[in-house]
Structures are given as structure tokens and as C-alpha cells.
Design a protein around this ligand. Structure first.
Ligand SMILES: O=P(O)(O)OC[C@@H](O)[C@@H](O)c1c[nH]c2ccccc12
Length: 259
């Protein structure tokens, strides 16, 4: 079992749900990366999704997009993010998951990226603009260095597609809860419970829910039928306001015993 999967399984073993906050690297300057990561792991998060800012994001809503603009304005690049993470990698106790588009990886060099990412504490990668069929470009290098390639499963994927993506996904399965872009939402549509159970039926790899989750109630609600959640926009927004109480209440909601 990979380190990333193991961290999620460990949360489940404790009777909790996995909680993965998403942060935009370089938002507020790269100097904030270390204190933010150390504080999040202190709160007991399962893993941390580290977003690499990019000029042409695909699935990002306004909150994440604006954070990317701020991070890019501060000169954040993939290389600088990896160097910053590597500078305190010995203090990182939770697996990091990099969220980056394919172009920055290709520009960096696939093998060099996999090596440097691993050394920076990165144990998984999400590449939203890379279809499964093209993953053979990056997969061998990632595998060689022990970095999982996490697949996103959308609500509109056909059953055959869901089965394929689910079986290929490493670390966990990122099951998207809505048709659309990232960002906080008050309601969700459709029978998500049976959709998530169907995804889980294909594999033992844990299925996590992400997109739109922004309240402790929603964390608990999705926790009743998934292995845990990913929260992005609400975390990015709270960090920008230095509102750690909100972040703490979200993390705590994942630790309530859910029967
Ligand atoms: O912001 P939300 O709605 O809480 O969703 C998580 C999401 O932000 C994060 O996982 C993410 C940011 N950018 C992405 C692009 C594709 C897939 C996922 C992401």
C-alpha cells in the first residue's frame, strides 16, 4: 500500500474520515508555505493537496483562480515550490499531493519532476488536464519514484469509464461531487450516495469526495458514504483571511465518529 493510501486507511482505522485541505502554493508568498503546512498537519489533516499556480486552469472556480493570480504575481513557479518544500521536507509528516497541470511538468522534465517531487515530500499527483489514455507519458517516472497518480472521476463518466479510472487510480480516487467548477456550494444534486458506492465497488482504494464542500455539516454528510473529503476553496479563502477557527472546525468534523 502506498504512503498516501496508508494515511487514509489509518484515519479510517481510528474511526475518522480522511480530510485533505487544498492550498495554493505561493498565495501570500512562498514564505507562508512552511508555517501553513506545519499548522495544518498539527491540526491532524490526513494529507495536504498543494496547488501549483497556473495561467490556464481548467476546472478552477473564482476562489482558486484568484489565489493562482496572486501566487503568480508573487513569482511562484513549480521549481520554487519544490525547492521550498524540500527545504523543510524533514518536518513534513503527512503525504503531500501536488495539483498541477501537465504543461509545467513537461517544461520541468518528467523524470526530474518525479524525483524532485518525491524529495519535496510529494507522494501523489493530480493532473486534471491529462486524460487517462495519456498518462503513460508520466506514469513510469512517477512509479519509479513512488509518487501516486490520482485520477479524477466525474459525475458524467459512463460506468465503463468509471471502472477504468477507478482501477487505474493510485493513492485514492478523487470523486467529483458536482458538474462544474471548484467553489463552495450550499446544495448538491443527484443520488451521490449510490454514485460513490458504485465507484467504491470497483476497488479497495479509498474514494474521497471533492468540489463544493465548505461546511462541517457537509464534511460529515459526505463522510457517511466516502472515506473522506477534499476541501479547497473554503480553505484558500480562510487562509487568505487568516481564519484558522474555520479550518479547525472543518478538520474536526472529519474526526467525529461516523457510524
Ligand atoms: O474548491 P473546492 O470546491 O473545495 O474543490 C476542491 C478543489 O479546489 C481542489 O481539489 C482543486 C483545485 N483545483 C483543481 C482542479 C481540478 C481538480 C481539483 C482541484
Amino acid at each position: 500500500m502506498s504512503q498516501l493510501t496508508e494515511a487514509i486507511v489509518e484515519a479510517t482505522r481510528l474511526g475518522h474520515k480522511a480530510f485533505i485541505p487544498y492550498i495554493m502554493a505561493g498565495d501570500g508568498g512562498l514564505d507562508t508555505l512552511k508555517p501553513t503546512i506545519l499548522k495544518l498537519q498539527q491540526l491532524g489533516v490526513t494529507a495536504i493537496e498543494v496547488g501549483i499556480p497556473f495561467t490556464d486552469p481548467v476546472a478552477d472556480g473564482p476562489t482558486i483562480e484568484e489565489a493562482a493570480v496572486r501566487a503568480l504575481a508573487k513569482g511562484t513557479t513549480l521549481r520554487k515550490v519544490l525547492e521550498t518544500l524540500a527545504s523543510f521536507a524533514d518536518e513534513i509528516t503527512v503525504p503531500l499531493v501536488a495539483m498541477t497541470y501537465l504543461n509545467p511538468i513537461l517544461a520541468y522534465g518528467i523524470d526530474a519532476f518525479a524525483k524532485d517531487a518525491y524529495e519535496a515530500g510529494i507522494r501523489g499527483v493530480i493532473i486534471p488536464d491529462m486524460p487517462l489514455e495519456e498518462s503513460t507519458i508520466v506514469h513510469p517516472s512517477l512509479k519509479a519514484y513512488g509518487v501516486d497518480l490520482v485520477q479524477l472521476v466525474s459525475l458524467t463518466s459512463t460506468p465503463e469509464r468509471i471502472e477504468k479510472l477507478t482501477k487505474a487510480s493510485e493513492g485514492f480516487i478523487y470523486a467529483v461531487t458536482v458538474n462544474g467548477i471548484t467553489g463552495a456550494r450550499s446544495t448538491f444534486e443527484g443520488d451521490l450516495e449510490s454514485h460513490f458506492k458504485k465507484i467504491q465497488s470497483y476497488t479497495d482504494t479509498p474514494v474521497l469526495a471533492g468540489f463544493g464542500i465548505s461546511t462541517p455539516e457537509q464534511v460529515k454528510q459526505f463522510g457517511t458514504f466516502t472515506s473522506g473529503v477534499i476541501v479547497g476553496s473554503k480553505i484558500v479563502d480562510s487562509l487568505a483571511k487568516d481564519d484558522w477557527d474555520t479550518i479547525e472546525s472543518l478538520v474536526k468534523a472529519s474526526k467525529v465518529q461516523i457510524l
